[in-house]
Design a protein around this ligand. Structure first.
Ligand SMILES: CSC[C@H]1O[C@H](OP(=O)(O)O)[C@H](O)[C@@H]1O
Ligand SMILES: Nc1ncnc2[nH]cnc12
Length: 292
C-alpha cells in the first residue's frame, strides 16, 4: 500500500510552505465539522496531507476542536500515518524551550471532549498501552537530527490537560511528581482516535516554556510562547521536509499492530449493532465492518 503521510500542525504550524501541487480540499465528515480543509500535495516526492489542528488563523480552542471529524477526514483522504506537531510546556530542566520531544506516552486529563468513534450500538475497546508507533518515531528522530535540531529527546510522557487555562502551580508540581515530561492540551483524544481509526500516530512535541513549576519562570504567558513558537515552527517545517524525503513510499505491516487494532476490539454482537452508527464508521472502521 502506498503511504500517505498525515501531518497535524499545532500552534504556530498552520501549513507547510514546501508542499507542491497542493490544494486545500474540503471534506465532509459524519462526525461534524473538522478544523479546516486538508492541504493535499507532495513534499520531496511523498504524498502529504496537512491539517492545521486549530484551523488557519488559530480559530479553535483545544476543547473546541472536533478531533473525531479531523481523524475521520484524514482516514477518508487515505492517510496511512500521522505525525502530530505540538507546542508544549516542559517539566524538565534539561528540556528547555526549543527542545523537541518525541513523545511515547500520554496521560489523559481531558474531560470535555468526545473521545471515541464507538459507543452504544457498537462497543469497541482498543489498547492504548503503546500509543505511539515506534517506526514513526524512528523516522521522526532521524528527521529531527537531519534538520539540525539541537535538543531531541527520544521518549517522554505528555500530560494532556483540558485547558484553555494553563496549570496552577500545584498541578504543575503534581504532574512533575507523576514523572511527566511535557504538557499540552491537544494530543488526547487525538491519539486515541487515531488508534481507533487504525492510523499509526506519533507526536513531535516542541517545548515553548517551562510551565509554571520552574522557580525562574513561574508564569506561562502566550506572548512569551509566541516568540519561541516561531523558531520552533521553522524547525518543524525542516523536520517534516526531511521526514517526507526519507519516508518509505510503501507501507509495511506495523509491528505495534496499530494498523489492525480493530481486529480484536469489537465486542457488540453483529445482530445487536446499530446500523446508523455502522454507517458513520464507514471510513474509520470500514476495513472490519464491511466484511462482518
Ligand atoms: C499556544 S500555547 C497553548 C496551545 O498550544 C498547544 O497547541 P498544539 O498542541 O495544537 O500545538 C497546546 O496544546 C495549546 O492548545
Ligand atoms: N505550559 C503549557 N501548558 C499547556 N499547554 C501548553 N502549550 C504550550 N505550553 C503549554
Amino acid at each position: 500500500m502506498e503511504t500517505v503521510l498525515g501531518i497535524i500542525g499545532g500552534s504556530g504550524v498552520y501549513d507547510h510552505p514546501g508542499l507542491k501541487n497542493a490544494a486545500w480540499t474540503a471534506f465532509d465528515s459524519p462526525w461534524g465539522t473538522p478544523s479546516d480543509a486538508l492541504n493535499i500535495g507532495e513534499l520531496e516526492g511523498q504524498k502529504v496531507v496537512f491539517l492545521p489542528r486549530h484551523g488557519r488563523g488559530h480559530r479553535l480552542s483545544p476543547s473546541g476542536i472536533n478531533y473525531r471529524a479531523n481523524i475521520d477526514i484524514m482516514k477518508r483522504a487515505g492517510v496511512t500515518d500521522i505525525i502530530s506537531i505540538s507546542a508544549c510546556g516542559s517539566f524538565r530542566e534539561d528540556l528547555p524551550p526549543g527542545a523537541f520531544v518525541l513523545v511515547d506516552q500520554f496521560i489523559d486529563r481531558t474531560f470535555a471532549r468526545e473521545k471515541s468513534f464507538f459507543g452504544n450500538g457498537l462497543v469497541a475497546h482498543v489498547s492504548m498501552a503503546h500509543p505511539v508507533a515506534s517506526r514513526l518515531q524512528d523516522h521522526a528522530e532521524e528527521a529531527a537530527k537531519a534538520a539540525g535540531i539541537k535538543v531531541v529527546s527520544r521518549g517522554g510522557t505528555y500530560l494532556c490537560m483540558e485547558g484553555p487555562q494553563f496549570s496552577s502551580l500545584a498541578e504543575s508540581n503534581l504532574y512533575r511528581q507523576w514523572g511527566c515530561d511535557v504538557i499540552g492540551m491537544t494530543n488526547m483524544p487525538e491519539a486515541k482516535l487515531a488508534r481507533e481509526a487504525e492510523i499509526p500516530y506519533a507526536t513531535v512535541a516542541m517545548v515553548t516554556d517551562f510551565d509554571c513549576w520552574h522557580p525562574e519562570h513561574d508564569n506561562v504567558e502566550v506572548t512569551d510562547i509566541l516568540e519561541v513558537m516561531h523558531g520552533n515552527a521553522a524547525n518543524a517545517v525542516e523536520l517534516v521536509t526531511h521526514l517526507a524525503r526519507n519516508f518509505p513510499r510503501e507501507r509495511g505491516a506495523c509491528s505495534s499492530g496499530a494498523d489492525t487494532t480493530l481486529d480484536t476490539a469489537l465486542i457488540t454482537a453483529p445482530e445487536a449493532r446499530d446500523p446508523a452508527l455502522i454507517a458513520k464508521l464507514d471510513a474509520v472502521a470500514g476495513r472490519v465492518l464491511s466484511s462482518s
